[in-house]
Design a protein around this ligand. Structure first.
Ligand SMILES: Cc1cc2nc3c(=O)[nH]c(=O)nc-3n(C[C@H](O)[C@H](O)[C@H](O)COP(=O)(O)OP(=O)(O)OC[C@H]3O[C@@H](n4cnc5c(N)ncnc54)[C@H](O)[C@@H]3O)c2cc1C
Length: 388
């Protein structure tokens, strides 16, 4: 058993969770990974993978039983994100986005909202998290989408850009500013928008460098009306919900990046064990051994931080924003480095599409950009040491 296999064995899972992890590993290797190349080339949304994931009932694992789910630990959820993303980064982010978008509803929604809306996702629906706008990226407080109260309805006007699952989602967790509350931060509010609402349109789908089979949509809201009962908490509660929710989605984005890193590492190790030059296997050269040692140790240490943080979240800890930022930028920087070194280790073959390393390098890049760019996370971590 190598050090990574030992690390996997040490993840704290119940016997049910371990069985599920084994099923997800098998699904990922036998069905999802073989479809990944076609999905990347064709940019076709991975519906077959979504169906296969739903046959295992995976959405249910992050939704409480009272709302149609069969909730397992956060640790178990993260193991599944990593395994699915290792097989196909597009499918990984499609599925993880369901969690990112619905966790705020689970944590902050009313009983009525959760009973009405969550069973759709538990049963296999797709969700989207809509924050970013053309003029509001790293600084979400610059968003311009407005929510105006009109009797017992809320009228939405504005737009969002770069929304994962934006063209296929059944439910959208949508952030905007409450008309009538002053202040860029104070006015931010959040509601659930349902698929098919009149006035909601998809205006553009991005053609991307990587994660090409996941859809990334620009949305427009033209006098969309949603019932007031779809508002989460009170007008103006959006920013605190946003911050609390991002803390839980950032380890998930880290697990996505670590899935890509694992795939790149395993492919590189297999290749340099086989490929010979100057009469030796590439891994027999000492310079390559040093490089591999550095990559393996970073992978082990960052994954260990992932599982440690996941266990703390499972134990009920709430104050882990900076810990999640450290994890997010180190895991995703490693994904990019691992894939780049992987291409280098495969030589010219790494640069060509016959091997998936080329795709992994393109897939890895976005992980450093979304869910808070890595510069922003470094700023948050550095700033946390400023003395008053
Ligand atoms: C494929 C894809 C999927 C996405 N999915 C979603 C989604 O589902 N939902 C959603 O809401 N959004 C989504 N996003 C948006 C993503 O979160 C943003 O792209 C990201 O937050 C960065 O915003 P921006 O692109 O406007 O860059 P900008 O904020 O304009 O940043 C440009 C550059 O400036 C740097 N910068 C900005 N501020 C600072 C600072 N304070 N200090 C140092 N450097 C800084 C950034 O790090 C970056 O390098 C997605 C984006 C992509 C490309």
């Amino acid at each position: 058993m190598n050090v990574l296999e030992r690390l996997d064995k040490s993840i704290s899972l119940t016997s049910d969770e371990r069985m599920l992890f084994d099923s997800v590993q098998s699904l990922a290797a036998k069905q999802i990974a073989p479809r990944a190349e076609h999905a990347d080339r064709s940019c076709e949304f991975p519906w077959e993978n979504v169906r296969a994931i739903n046959e295992l009932g995976l959405n249910a694992m992050f939704i409480p039983e009272a709302y149609g789910g069969a909730q397992l630990s956060y640790t178990a959820y993260l193991t599944c994100v990593r395994e699915i993303s290792k097989a196909c980064a597009s499918t990984g982010i499609v599925w993880a986005t369901n969690y990112h978008a619905m966790k705020p509803l689970i944590d902050w929604g009313s009983e009525e909202q959760k009973s009405r809306l969550l069973p759709r996702i538990a049963g296999g629906g797709l969700a989207a998290l809509a924050i970013t706008e053309p003029g509001a990226g790293s600084d979400a407080t610059g968003m311009k989408t407005t929510f105006r109260e009109d009797g017992d309805e809320i009228v939405i006007n504005g737009s969002k850009t770069f929304i994962t699952n934006g063209d296929v989602a059944d439910l959208f967790l949508l952030f905007g500013k409450w008309d009538g509350i002053a202040g860029a931060k104070e006015s931010i509010s959040v509601l659930i928008l349902e698929k098919g609402t009149p006035g909601l349109s998809v205006v553009r789908l991005e053609e991307k460098m990587g994660t090409r089979a996941s859809s990334t949509a620009s949305l427009a809201f033209d006098n969309c009306r949603v019932p007031r009962s779809n508002l989460l908490r009170e007008p103006g509660d959006g920013l605190k919900i946003l911050f609390a929710s991002l803390n839980k989605s950032r380890p998930s984005v880290a697990a996505h990046g670590l899935g890509i890193a694992r795939a790149a590492f395993e492919d590189a190790v297999n290749y340099i064990n086989e490929r010979k030059q100057s009469g030796k296997r590439i891994l027999e050269f000492q310079g390559i051994q040093f490089l591999l040692a550095d990559l393996a140790s970073e992978l082990v240490l960052i994954e260990s931080w992932l599982w440690q943080l996941a266990a703390r979240v499972d134990a009920g800890e709430q104050d882990f924003g900076i810990d999640a930022s450290i994890l997010k930028y180190r895991a995703t920087d490693l994904a990019m480095r691992m894939a780049t070194e992987g291409v280098q280790l495969l030589g010219g073959y790494g640069y060509c599409k016959d091997y998936r390393m080329e795709r992994l390098m393109r897939d890895a890049k976005i992980t450093q950009i979304w869910e808070g760019t890595n510069q922003v996370h470094r700023q948050l971590v550095g700033r946390s040491f400023l003395q008053r």
